[in-house]
Design a protein around this ligand. Structure first.
Ligand code: WT7
Length: 665
């Protein structure tokens, strides 16, 4: 293995063969679709042939499920790759498609959201009410001077106003940029600055773990670091005192409540920007992933309908994720609303006030489809099967997983203890960049293999290739690539077309998208995702870059150098382990220093990036070319025998580091 590809080789730790002991619990060939499920499924196996026979025609049919104010003249313009244009010349309004058209068709009384606050307060929002709120919010934003194309930052808890704000932006053609409420003022400031947002929508706070968690003070702090924000619209949620900047800050309940519920929506070009979502890459600077209007809504609405077999009249759908991530954008807001779904939206943490909170919600609202992340499933496993067993979960008919590879053990636990052995599980592989599902079983068509996302969605081109870009043989391991442009694909990295080309489209030649994930093909040609092959960690389904955490650490006055690796963690998938070298004049105060550094990372990035372990070391293992050998650090962090150390400048470094380690981690 060459030095430069040290980080680039996917491991095959999660290969199906290492899970042999589970094979007795999985029927040969996988779990077939239950007969009654298959009989009424929205799509059956024939969908693959239809899409393969006429890929663009297939996506055009999917697009035709939406209301277009003006038809498109061409499905895809790929004349200037990797810059795609989908549904060229078409015009539509996203908010009208998600809200107004359902009200106009007589579904105004249908519930769009059963919202549940963490303290136990609830709100039921019908499509008619949603329309009024979105129109009011749109008028309020217009009164603040927001016009089409302007960027609006949204830094909110999981409350209905967050959805109103997103849809109001879409309605007036403003580009929303939602920042997860767990991010620090520092992270918020850099995103506001990169996107040039002029308006911020926030709340005094939200409820998490049984207590108010403040947001507005973070906005105040962020705005001491960036210029150009003229208005901050503030929702009152926790009733906690906030500081007020006259002339800049406006209360939501004063400005929005007084607006008219009439708002005439204008149709926007299919390629009009819809939103920016920042995600971690291999450098310290997060990338602003840009999604646009027509193709995005087409694929999100269609995948939500097909992957989840969504029945608008009878399903109660719950994506248990935060709106601050792409999962929330696509499958709490845009997909479900475009399909006239009744969704559950829950504000808080799963163990507040007790570990059965989710299952009480499923029982009370009759949730039929639940979509969550493997890390949460493993947490539930730790809490014990008796917790969900205490609730009636018989309303559930389909389960979903997203965010990281799901280990077969967790899959089977989910299947048995949550799904009662009867619910298919869709393991959906996708990314912030892809906008929506790309590789997933279809519940009415696929025999399910626990741990594998299996097969490209109809109309999606995916392959697993070797270092040179050649398709690999069944049984081999390689890199996942996407071989055709897709409707919900990112259009660029905000303000940085070069980075867009370099990061995603340059590794294997024109028109081939490098996803950054390792993958294995089994004998049936099914795809098993193996995790990231770049310097990106996956902690609880969240992407965090090693470099970002490293730069946060070295920005502390005591730290000279830092190396960060993601170590396998039984609950969170990966845990962040940092190795730091102190500056000459810094004092190693042991646990106290570790605490200070951890706090510093929380402040720089946010609590999600806080290292699980920080080890102060005298040296870091480096190759002769000066590259830090993370592979060796990972071996240490995972308590493994050290691999090959022969390329190190000084192999005694590893003994020094090992000597510093606690007996168990
Ligand atoms: C990365 C994307 C998709 C929304 C949430 C995360 C990993 C995601 C799966 C899955 C294996 C998965 C990949 C991917 N990933 N889903 N079903 N099986 N890995 O979005 O933050 O953009 O992260 O999450 O490594 O590249 P994201």
């Amino acid at each position: 293995m060459s030095e430069t590809t040290d980080e680039q080789t996917p491991s095959s730790e999660q290969s199906p063969s290492s899970e042999q002991s589970l094979s007795s619990r999985v029927p040969a060939g996988g779990f077939p679709p239950p007969t009654d499920f298959a009989a009424t499924a929205n799509v059956g196996p024939e969908v693959y042939e239809r899409a393969a026979a006429d890929r663009l025609g297939f996506w055009a049919e999917a697009a035709a499920r939406l209301d277009w104010a003006e038809p498109w003249t061409e499905v895809l313009d790929w004349s200037n790759p990797p810059f795609a244009k989908w549904f060229v010349g078409g015009k539509l309004n996203v908010a009208v498609n998600c809200v107004d058209r359902h009200v106009d068709a007589g579904h105004g009384e249908k519930v769009a959201y059963h919202w549940i606050g963490e303290p136990g307060d609830t709100r039921t929002i019908t499509y008619a009410q949603l329309k009024d709120e979105v129109c009011r919010t749109a008028n309020a934003l217009t009164s603040l001077g927001v016009t089409a194309g302007d960027r609006v930052a949204i830094y909110m808890p999981m409350i209905p106003e967050t959805v109103f704000a997103m849809l109001a932006c879409a309605r007036i053609g403003a580009v929303h940029m939602v920042v997860f409420g767990g991010f620090s003022p520092e992270a918020l400031a850099s995103r506001i600055s990169d996107a040039d947002a002029e308006v911020v929508i926030t709340a005094d706070g939200g409820y998490r773990r049984g207590a108010p968690s403040a947001l507005k003070p973070n906005v105040d702090e962020a705005l001491t670091k960036v210029e150009g924000v003229r208005s901050v619209l503030v929702v009152k949620r926790t009733e906690t005192d906030v500081e007020w900047t006259e002339g800049r800050d406006v209360w939501w309940h004063e400005l929005v409540a007084s607006q008219s519920t009439e708002h005439e929506a204008q149709a926007f070009d299919a390629e009009h920007p819809l939103y920016i979502m920042y995600t971690s890459g291999t450098t310290a600077k997060p990338k602003g992933i840009l999604h646009t209007t027509g193709g995005y809504l087409t694929q999100i609405a269609y995948t939500h309908w097909a992957t989840f077999d969504l029945k608008p009249d009878t399903d109660v759908f719950w994506t248990a994720a935060d709106v601050g991530w792409v999962t929330g954008h696509s499958y709490i807001v845009y997909g479900p609303l475009a399909n006239r779904t009744t969704s559950v939206m829950y504000e808080g943490t799963p163990d507040t006030p007790h570990q059965g909170r989710w299952w009480d919600i499923v029982q009370e609202y009759g949730v039929t489809i639940l979509y969550t992340a493997p890390t949460t499933i493993r947490t539930f496993m730790k809490w014990g099967a008796e917790v969900p067993a205490a609730a009636d979960l018989s309303s559930l008919r389909l389960l979903g997983s997203v965010g990281e590879p799901i280990n077969p053990e967790a899959w089977l636990w989910y299947h048995e203890n949550i799904g009662g052995g009867r619910c298919p599980i869709v393991d959906t592989w996708w990314q912030t960049e892809t906008g929506g599902h790309m590789i997933t079983p279809l519940p009415g068509a696929t025999s399910l293999k626990p741990g594998s996302a299996q097969r490209a969605f109809p109309g999606i081109g995916a392959a697993v290739v070797d270092e040179e870009g050649n398709p690999i043989e069944p049984g081999a391991t390689g890199y996942l690539v996407l071989t055709e442009p897709w409707p919900a694909m990112l259009r660029t990295v905000w303000g940085d077309d070069e980075r867009y080309k370099d990061t995603y489209w340059s590794r294997y030649g024109e028109g081939v998208y490098f996803a950054g994930d390792g993958a294995k093909l089994d004998e049936d040609g099914d795809i098993w995702l193996l995790g990231r092959v770049d310097d990106v960690m996956n902690v609880s389904g969240h992407r965090i870059s090693t470099t970002e955490v490293e730069s946060a650490l070295v920005s502390h006055p005591t730290v000279a150098e830092a190396a960060v690796v993601g170590a396998t963690d039984p609950t969170t998938g990966q845990g962040i382990v940092a190795f730091v070298i102190l500056r000459g004049d810094a004092v190693d105060s042991g646990e106290d220093l570790v605490k200070v550094l951890r706090q510093h990372v929380r402040k720089e990035i946010g609590p999600i990036a806080s290292p699980r372990q920080i080890m102060v070391v005298a040296e870091l293992p480096k190759t002769r070319s000066g590259k830090i050998m993370r592979r060796l650090l990972r071996d240490i962090a995972e308590n493994r025998e050290l691999g090959d150390v022969s390329t190190l400048t000084d192999s005694s470094v590893m003994d020094l580091i090992s000597a510093k380690l606690p007996a168990t981690s």
